[in-house]
Design a protein around this ligand. Structure first.
Ligand code: IMP
Ligand code: MG
Length: 177
C-alpha cells in the first residue's frame, strides 16, 4: 500500500533523536533518571532515544489510549501504569506526539500526584496548532503542521506503526483512491 513519500526520513529522524539524546544526557548528568515511555505510540522513538542516551537510566512504561482512528475521544484510558516509588526519581515522560495535549496533561497530573523529584516531558512531534490544553514540553523533536501522520510508532487504526519513517496519512489511501 502506498502511504506517500516520507515527510520525515529515517536520516532526519535519527539525527534529531541523537540531538535530543545528547541534550538529555547533559541535562541529567548525576541525576536519577527514570525514562517512562508512553505506549504504544512512543515505542520506536523511546527505544532509539534511550539507546543514544549516554548516562545511566531506568526504564518503565505507561500504556494509554485516547484515540479512535483519527479522532480523539477526549478520554484517556490507562491500561498499565508504572509501579515504582518515584519520589527519588527524575522522571522523563517520553511521548510520540503532542496533539490536543489531553493525554500528556492527564499523565502529567497523574505522575505529579506521586511526587517525583522532578518531571519533564519529551515529545518527538508537536502539533501545537491543535493544542486544547496547555502542557509544558521540555524537549521537542519536530514542530509539524496540522496533518495526521503515521509511521515510526504512530498509527492509523493500529496500522503503519512499523514504517521506519514518518508519512502524512490521507484517508483516501486506505480506500485505494
Ligand atoms: P492528544 O491527547 O490529543 O495530545 O493525543 C495524543 C495521542 O494521540 C498521541 O499519543 C498519539 O497516539 C495520537 N495522535 C495524535 N496525533 C496523531 C497523528 O497525527 N498520528 C497518529 N497518532 C496521533
Ligand atoms: Mg500515543
Amino acid at each position: 500500500m502506498v502511504i506517500g513519500k516520507p515527510f520525515l526520513t529515517v536520516e532526519q529522524i535519527q539525527n534529531k533523536v541523537k540531538e535530543l539524546a545528547d541534550k538529555i544526557s547533559a541535562d541529567y548528568e548525576g541525576k536519577n533518571l527514570l525514562a517512562v515511555g508512553i505506549l504504544k505510540g512512543a515505542f520506536m522513538f523511546y527505544s532509539d532515544l534511550v539507546r543514544m542516551i549516554k548516562i545511566p537510566l531506568a526504564v518503565d512504561f505507561i500504556v494509554a489510549s485516547s484515540y479512535i482512528k483519527t479522532a480523539s475521544t477526549g478520554e484517556v484510558k490507562i491500561h498499565y501504569d508504572i509501579k515504582a516509588d518515584i519520589r527519588d526519581k527524575d522522571v522523563l515522560l517520553v511521548e510520540d506526539i503532542a496533539d490536543s495535549g489531553i493525554t500528556l496533561n492527564h499523565i502529567r497530573e497523574r505522575m505529579l500526584a506521586r511526587s517525583p523529584k522532578s518531571l519533564k516531558i519529551c515529545v518527538f512531534l508537536n502539533k501545537s496548532e491543535r493544542r486544547m490544553i496547555d502542557v509544558p514540553l521540555d524537549y521537542i523533536g519536530f514542530e509539524i503542521p496540522n496533518e495526521y501522520v503515521v509511521g515510526y510508532g504512530l498509527d492509523y487504526d493500529n496500522k503503519f506503526r512499523n514504517l521506519p519513517y514518518i508519512s502524512i496519512f490521507k484517508k483516501t489511501a486506505m480506500e485505494g483512491k
